[in-house]
Ligand binder design. Structure first.
Ligand code: HEC
Length: 118
């Protein structure tokens, strides 16, 4: 019994595993950076994700996962969202909405949105 308590104590003290870190790892391991950029600031015609509101990001990802997109460009995004579990979406959107990395090279590009004018 004592062993069990000693084992549980750190978990109780430090809470659940760090969602932010989990999300950050997923962002790179799932290849999101390939389109949305290493600092999630968007590249060219791919929308920026950092600092955006968690409920917005979550609903977007869940819609893509359900193969619902509003623009032609959504077709690019859907295959990447289809693989995500609820937990992964939760972690990813925590990382993106609380984005707290080196900000010096963060350059949001809001000039092209949605279907990029195609
Ligand atoms: C192949 C390129 C590509 C990859 C890889 C990719 N995305 Fe996207 N993403 C897009 C495009 C294009 C859009 C815009 C789609 C639209 O207009 O609906 C988008 C839109 C989004 C949006 C909605 C943003 C907005 O402003 O509407 C979120 C959130 C998002 N992506 C998250 C992710 C995450 C998380 C990953 C990694 C699992 C990822 N993306 C990987 C291309 C990509």
């Amino acid at each position: 019994m004592l062993k069990f308590i000693v084992f549980l104590l750190p978990l109780l003290l430090y809470g659940a595993p760090d969602m932010y870190k989990t999300g950050k790892n997923l962002y790179f391991s799932k290849g999101c950076n390939g389109c949305h950029g290493v600092s999630a600031s968007g590249t060219n015609r791919y929308p920026p994700l950092a600092y955006r509101r968690k409920p917005f990001l979550m609903s977007k990802l869940k819609n893509y996962r359900a193969k619902q997109g509003t623009t032609q460009q959504s077709q690019l995004m859907i295959p990447f969202a289809m693989e995500l579990s609820d937990k992964e979406i939760d972690a990813l959107t925590t990382f993106l909405s609380e984005y707290n990395e080196n900000k010096s090279n963060y350059k949001p590009d809001f000039s092209t949105r949605g279907d990029g004018g195609s």
